[in-house]
Every structure is written in structure tokens, then in C-alpha cells.
Design a protein around this ligand. Structure first.
Ligand SMILES: NC(=O)c1ccc[n+]([C@@H]2O[C@H](COP(=O)([O-])OP(=O)(O)OC[C@H]3O[C@@H](n4cnc5c(N)ncnc54)[C@H](O)[C@@H]3O)[C@@H](O)[C@H]2O)c1
Length: 253
């Protein structure tokens, strides 16, 4: 198993990419703290992991709160004796809107979750990892950071910020043997997909329009990102730090 004995925290792990990654990391031998604002969905993911014979812990946590980030890190260390992997994955989408029609509260919410949430996760997780002199901090960014779509300016800017944060933290943490890596998914089949498409529900028109922009001819499944995260968290990726891995079927070319 590629993550045997490792301890992971994943935020936003009650749904979509985070849930698929929690399941995949558990299958590879990791013990996982499944953290989400939605405690019911976090518990559901833990049930699935336990049914498959692995160990996990559901925690209600709001990544915009410093105390909650500190608490999830402390839970991992207190329960399993360390922290090898932190995937800062919780995020919120944006409905495509021209800048002049964009409400300031949307900016505040998107930056609170997508940027401050990652920054706070890094503050607490990397303190532990630097002391241990081991660990991998992963960030779910987006292809919006590299190749934005029109009308998604606020979300794109938030993801651009965390890609730069990743690079800066990678340099800061390299002397400690700690790696920091971002993952940039193209549109992925999760509950937030409809919002990116400017719809209340995903429909044939939205799918066709998005698929037409992906050279490999399909969107991501959550499992595509889970496999990338398992690889980046494993010792197979020992020389990868500061990178932003596009999992995008060629969208950013
Ligand atoms: N789905 C896509 O097309 C896509 C594309 C690129 C990047 N992403 C990014 O992937 C990440 C995961 O999104 P997803 O597609 O799996 O969406 P999702 O909606 O399925 O899951 C997001 C999870 O984050 C949780 N969450 C939201 N705010 C939170 C907070 N403040 N604290 C803790 N948890 C919170 C939600 O409860 C939910 O369980 C996000 O960062 C998103 O921006 C998604």
C-alpha cells in the first residue's frame, strides 16, 4: 500500500473530490481525518471507509476558523501520533457574473474559504510537519488559476492566490523535508459543477460546452483527483514540491 501507516487530514472531505480522496487514501493504508462543515456527510464518508476495513475520523470543521484548523491537526496528532498529509481541499464556487454585477460579499466568502481556509490549514499543519521534519501539504487549486473562464474572476483570483501560496510555502518548507504541492482540476463532476456552468443543475448544454474545452473529451471524475493526490502524497513523489499539477485532460495547453 502506497500510504501505509500515514496520517492524513482532508478538509471538505464530505463530498466530491475530498470524499473520493479520503476513500482512496484509506484504501492505500492511510488513517484519515474527514473534516467538513457538513458533519453528516463527513460521517457518511467515514462509514464507507470503515466498511472497507480502514480507519477514519469524522470532524465538523469550518476552514475559515483558525480554531477549527488547529483542532483538526490536533485530533490527527492526538489520535494517531503525527500528521503526514494535509489536503486543503474545502472550497466554494462562483456563479459566472460580470465584475460590475458582483457583490462584495461574494468576494469575502470565496476568499475566506478558498484562500484564508488554505492559509490557516498551512499555519497549523506545517507547524507540526516542520517539527517532525516530514509531511506533504496539498492544496486543491483549479485550472481557473491558469486558464480562467469569463465571469469567474473572483473564484479564479482565489485559486491563483493559493497556487502562489503553494510555491512560497514549498521554498519555506524544503529545508525541513516537507513538500507543498497544488493540484489544478479542470471541471469535475461534483455538486459544485452546475454553479460553474451558471446553472442550478448540470444539463446537456452545459456538459457539451465544457467538454468541448477539454482536449481529452471528458470532464474529471472525483477519482481522477483522488489518484493524483495519492501519488503526490506518496514517497513516489519525493522530488515534487512547489508544483501545480494540472489534472485537466489538456485544458490548459
Ligand atoms: N468541481 C469542480 O469542477 C472543481 C474544479 C476545480 C477545482 N475544484 C475545487 O475542488 C475542491 C473540492 O470541491 P468539489 O468539487 O469536491 O465540491 P463539493 O461541493 O462536492 O465539495 C466541497 C466540500 O467542501 C465543504 N465546505 C465548503 N465550505 C467549507 C468550509 N468553510 N469548511 C469546511 N468545509 C467546507 C462542503 O461542505 C463540501 O462537502 C474545491 O476547492 C473546489 O474549488 C472543483
Amino acid at each position: 500500500m502506497r500510504l501505509d501507516g500515514k496520517v492524513a487530514v482532508i478538509t471538505g472531505a464530505g463530498s466530491g473530490i475530498g470524499a473520493a480522496t479520503a476513500l482512496a487514501m484509506a484504501r492505500e493504508g492511510a488513517r484519515v481525518v474527514v473534516a467538513d462543515l457538513n458533519e453528516t456527510s463527513a460521517k457518511g464518508v467515514v462509514e464507507q471507509i470503515e466498511k472497507a476495513g480502514s480507519r477514519a475520523l469524522a470532524v465538523r470543521a469550518d476552514v475559515t476558523k483558525a480554531a477549527d484548523n488547529q483542532m483538526v491537526v490536533e485530533k490527527a496528532v492526538a489520535t494517531w501520533g503525527g500528521l503526514d498529509i494535509f489536503l486543503a481541499n474545502a472550497g466554494v464556487p462562483q456563479f459566472p457574473t460580470p465584475i460590475e454585477g458582483q457583490d462584495e460579499t461574494v468576494f469575502d466568502r470565496i476568499f475566506a474559504v478558498n484562500v484564508k481556509g488554505v492559509w490557516l490549514g498551512a499555519k497549523y499543519a506545517l507547524a507540526v510537519m516542520k517539527k517532525q521534519k516530514r509531511g506533504v501539504f496539498l492544496v486543491t487549486a483549479s485550472t481557473a488559476a491558469i486558464r480562467p473562464r469569463p465571469g469567474g474572476q473572483t473564484y479564479a483570483a482565489s485559486k491563483g492566490a493559493v497556487v502562489t501560496l503553494t510555491k512560497s510555502l514549498a521554498l519555506e518548507c524544503a529545508p525541513y523535508g516537507v513538500r507543498v504541492v497544488a493540484i489544478a482540476p479542470v471541471a469535475t463532476e461534483t455538486p459544485m459543477l452546475a454553479t460553474f456552468m451558471g446553472k442550478t443543475e448540470v444539463d446537456a448544454e452545459g456538459m457539451a460546452r465544457y467538454i468541448a474545452t477539454v482536449p481529452l473529451g471528458r470532464l474529471n471524475k472525483p477519482e481522477d483527483l483522488a489518484q493524483a493526490a495519492v501519488f503526490l502524497a506518496s514517497d513516489e513523489a519525493a522530488m515534487i514540491t512547489g508544483a501545480c499539477l494540472e489534472v485537466d485532460g489538456g485544458r490548459c495547453i
